[in-house]
Ligand binder design. Structure first.
Ligand code: PLP
Length: 471
């Protein structure tokens, strides 16, 4: 049999992932302009709107490139060196890299990078540490907790007996109540973590309470992982038995989750024998997930490397100082800021004294190019679809280089939009059309002065794809 000569290898620059990405974008443009245009529109929208979504950040192009890489084509259950499929040699190295970078970044002694989200990570951890029907203690959803902390709307609230702690009169976590509920209900797991809480969490105090009743402490730092990595919020890794986080909220990574353990990684699990690190390995696979997402794990590895760079730390500092200034400015303009300020990236506004509901404020602001999300506030009587508050975050503003000195302008823009909004009901409203045009233009100009990092990188620029620029 004669074999046809192999075609010459493409030029170096075109070979491998770069060639694939370029071919992919060209194919999309050529064969699916409808989809390609939507994807381009998204880049433009992100660059021209002021995103103050507390749970979002912008992933660097190299993170997006790794997440869209050919590793997606690898199917391999199991862990590096112990897969249930062949062909995972590169993926093994990538996963090892992601694990070691995660451990370095957070000073952890164990990391599992396979969870598809922080929700999956929490479900895996709880399934490993709480027996069916057992008790968990977490922050109430209305007080800023997360669905997976035992809300009735989540399986965690149906398959476990969930008990919830709340906030004191100042809107701060009531540690006395946490201790009292722990003593009364003796939970298997105490969860420290929140989706809408603007103040520092006292992980040492949580651990004391957990120890006093023999509970495991799970710290869920989904919202504040970037601040923890940068040293701008105390780390729970050596206080909690297990720490979980999302990788996309503040870490600039792909959609995904991460499980960490520090000092307690060899502490025995509920059976009194199996150490927590081994329990967590099994809890993720095979107990709660099948195949991992190899390309997403590559993107996590890239994001963890970027988060270890000085630029990430500078951005984290700007995030916190910006949020502080934003809270102060909004307060000065007469808005009710929950807890009177913030220690992290997040500002919560109570709209009950205003004429507007959370959903009306959210939509009116969106019309003018400002993204914030409606949020229930403690004691809220409106439904989760309406709410009486909004939640703002400074992650993306800081990534655009906006710090305290820019917050007066952001706060004044928000204030002007809300002042130009006439409510017609809890969900209907009208924004003065003349004001809307002017405010939208103002937002656009502000965004143009602070472009998103890399938003203008051209896909057809030969050097553009796969650049490893930082967050
Ligand atoms: C967002 C969030 C989660 C869920 O994260 P996903 O990765 O979106 O599943 C879990 N816990 C907290 C505290 C969160 O804020």
């Amino acid at each position: 049999m004669t074999v046809a000569p192999l075609p010459p290898l493409p030029a170096e620059a075109e070979y491998g992932q770069l060639g694939l990405a370029r071919a992919g974008l060209a194919e999309l443009r050529r064969e699916d302009p409808e989809l390609a245009e939507l994807l381009d529109a998204e880049v433009r929208d992100q660059d021209t709107t002021l995103a103050m979504i507390a749970s979002a950040s912008i992933a660097a192009p190299s993170v997006l490139a790794a997440g869209g890489s050919a590793l997606s084509n690898v199917t391999a259950e199991g862990y590096p060196g112990a897969r249930y499929h062949p062909g995972a040699a590169n993926f093994d190295e990538v996963e090892r890299l992601a694990v070691s970078r995660a451990m370095d970044l957070f000073g952890a002694r164990y990391a599992n990078v396979q969870p598809h989200s922080c929700s999956s990570a929490n479900l895996a951890v709880l399934a490993a540490l709480v027996p069916p029907g057992g008790t968990l203690l977490g922050l109430d959803l209305d007080a800023g907790g997360h669905l997976t902390h035992g809300s009735p709307a989540s399986v965690t609230g149906r398959h476990y007996r969930a008990v919830h702690y709340g906030l004191d009169a100042h809107g701060l976590i009531d540690y006395e109540q946490v201790a009292a509920l722990a003593a009364e209900h003796r939970p298997a797991v105490l969860i420290a973590g929140a989706s809408a809480y603007p103040r520092t969490l006292d992980f040492a105090r949580f651990r004391e309470i957990a120890d006093s009743v023999g509970a495991y402490l799970l710290a869920d730092i989904s919202h504040i992982a970037g601040l923890v990595a940068a040293g701008e919020h105390p780390s729970p890794v050596d206080h909690a038995h297990i720490t979980t986080t999302s990788t996309y909220k503040q870490l600039g990574g792909p959609r995904g989750g991460l499980i960490l353990s520090g000092r307690d990684h060899r502490t025995p699990g509920p059976d009194g024998r199996t150490p927590l690190d081994r329990l967590m390995q099994r809890a993720v696979f095979p107990q709660n997930q099948g195949t991992p997402a190899p390309a997403a794990i590559a993107a996590k590895a890239r994001a963890f490397a970027l988060a270890a760079e000085p630029r990430f730390t500078r951005t984290a500092r700007l995030t916190v100082s910006g949020a502080h200034a934003l809270a102060a400015e909004l307060g000065r303009l007469g808005h009710r800021v929950l807890t009177g300020g913030t220690d992290n990236h997040m500002v919560l506004i109570d709209l009950r004294d205003s004429r507007l509901t959370g959903v009306v404020a959210e939509r009116a602001l969106e019309e003018c190019g400002i993204l914030v999300n409606r949020n229930r506030i403690p004691g809220d009587t409106r439904s989760p679809l309406v709410t009486s508050g909004v939640r703002l975050g400074c992650n993306i503003l800081a990534q655009r280089g906006m710090g305290p000195q820019h917050m007066r302008e952001c706060a004044e823009l928000m204030h002007a939009v809300l002042a130009a909004t006439t409510p017609l009901s809890d969900t209907e409203y009208r924004v003065d059309p003349h004001e809307r045009v002017q405010l939208r233009e103002h937002v656009r100009a502000l965004c143009a002065r602070h472009p998103l990092p890399h938003a203008t990188v051209r896909a057809d620029d030969p050097g553009a794809l796969g650049t490893g620029a930082a967050l």
